[in-house]
Design a protein around this ligand. Structure first.
Ligand SMILES: Nc1ncnc2c1ncn2[C@@H]1O[C@H](COP(=O)(O)OP(=O)(O)OP(=O)(O)O)[C@@H](O)[C@H]1O
Ligand SMILES: [Mg+2]
Length: 353
């Protein structure tokens, strides 16, 4: 099922938790709602589920306007951070419960519950109580319980945040697999950019209720709409040099030489942020447009991370261990076209060539 939100707004008194958001979630895709704490992710999800009434705007499930439809009529499956399984019910009873409410005959509900238990790989534990399960297993039960109703939309609000780091990585891959297998349109809330990029088809990145970018996951990394997006996505964080644009170069603060960056549609004298992914900074002992000093080096697997001195700022770059320069020596630096962006320092808006 496709989900379309039109000019969606949610106000809590003076706080605009969701501010005029427009988007279409394609059927069968996994969409991550990403952003720092308080940016409006849960508010958005709760409006989709119907738990929270909208202040303005409309929500459509395919062609049906569901804006005023009650939660029980929306056919959505919900999983929260604390999975809230029924403690006195077994795994099987927990998964069956939504079907019992719907008065599905006992035989059929047990069959269906077992089918979803198998899908989430919890079928060996059907007779256990929630307290006899690990966090990851409880999580699977919660997902099976949400899926057993065969919802048109699955909504997950930070479902992995109670798990330890290793289990989180395992479970996010599981969620991806389960989502692919069930084919249900899924919205997954997280504040962790790595979690979002590792499982989603599309990401909506929010800041203070305002959608910053909604695009295919790799596009947020390769083609960020503004400085906030460029900075939020990517680990290590994108390099950022502040300075003044002048005839195809940046005069970076505290750095003597002009660094060529290409010709952008920017007036000379404008303050800019020159941002470069670490893998887009090319370091060589011989060729390269600008000389910089190597401040520090760290070995990281097969590569060496070099921290280059660029006045008040610095650049991180990777070189092959064999070609790693010595600390406190000079190297030549240039930039790839890909992974390099220029933004207004004042507004964070992106400039194009
Ligand atoms: N019931 C409410 N009453 C008043 N303000 C609220 C209410 N619910 C949320 N807010 C405010 O709306 C904004 C968005 O909150 P929301 O819970 O959607 O953020 P979030 O992105 O889910 O954050 P987190 O990552 O911390 O869960 C916040 O400023 C929050 O304080
Ligand atoms: Mg939240």
């Amino acid at each position: 099922m496709e989900v379309r939100i039109e000019d969606l707004v949610k106000r809590f008194g003076d706080v605009v938790a969701v501010n005029h958001v427009n988007a279409t979630f394609e059927s069968g895709k996994l969409i991550a709602l990403l952003g720092p704490s308080g940016c409006g992710k849960s508010t958005m999800l709760n409006m989709l589920s119907g738990i929270l009434p909208v202040s303005e705007g409309r929500i459509y499930f395919d062609d049906q306007d569901v804006t005023s439809l009650s939660p029980d009529k929306r056919e959505v499956g919900l999983v929260f951070q604390n999975y809230a399984l029924y403690p006195h019910m077994t795994v099987l009873q927990n998964i069956c419960f939504p079907l019992k409410i719907k008065r599905i005959p006992k035989k059929e509900r047990i069959e269906r519950a077992k089918e979803y238990a198998r899908m989430v790989h919890i079928d060996d534990y059907l007779d256990r109580l929630p307290k006899e399960l690990s966090g990851g297993q409880q999580q699977r039960v919660a997902i099976a319980r949400a899926l057993v109703k065969e919802p048109k939309l699955l909504l997950l609000d930070e479902p992995l945040s109670n798990l330890d780091a290793k289990l989180r990585v395992e479970m996010r891959e599981e969620i991806r697999r389960i989502q692919r297998e069930s084919g249900v349109t899924t919205v997954f809330v997280t504040h962790d950019q790595e979690e979002a990029t590792s499982i989603s088809d599309y990401i909506m990145l929010m800041k203070l209720g305002v959608m910053q970018q909604f695009a295919a996951t790799r596009n947020l990394y390769n083609d960020p709409a503004n400085l906030f997006v460029a900075d939020f996505i990517g680990n290590p964080t994108i390099n950022q040099l502040h300075g003044i644009y002048e005839e195809g170069s940046i005069r970076a603060d505290g750095f003597a030489k002009a660094i060529p960056i290409g010709n952008y549609k920017i007036e000379d004298g404008t303050r800019i942020v020159f941002a470069s992914r670490p893998e887009s900074v090319l370091v060589s002992k011989k060729s390269g447009e600008t000389e910089m000093e190597v401040e520090e080096t760290y070995i990281s697997g097969k590569d060496t991370l070099c921290v280059l001195n660029a006045g008040d700022g610095f650049l991180r770059a990777y070189v092959d261990n064999e070609d790693a320069p010595e600390e406190k020596t000079a190297v030549r630096v240039s930039f790839r076209k890909k992974g390099v962006f220029v933004f207004s320092e004042e507004s964070g808006e992106r400039y194009y060539e």
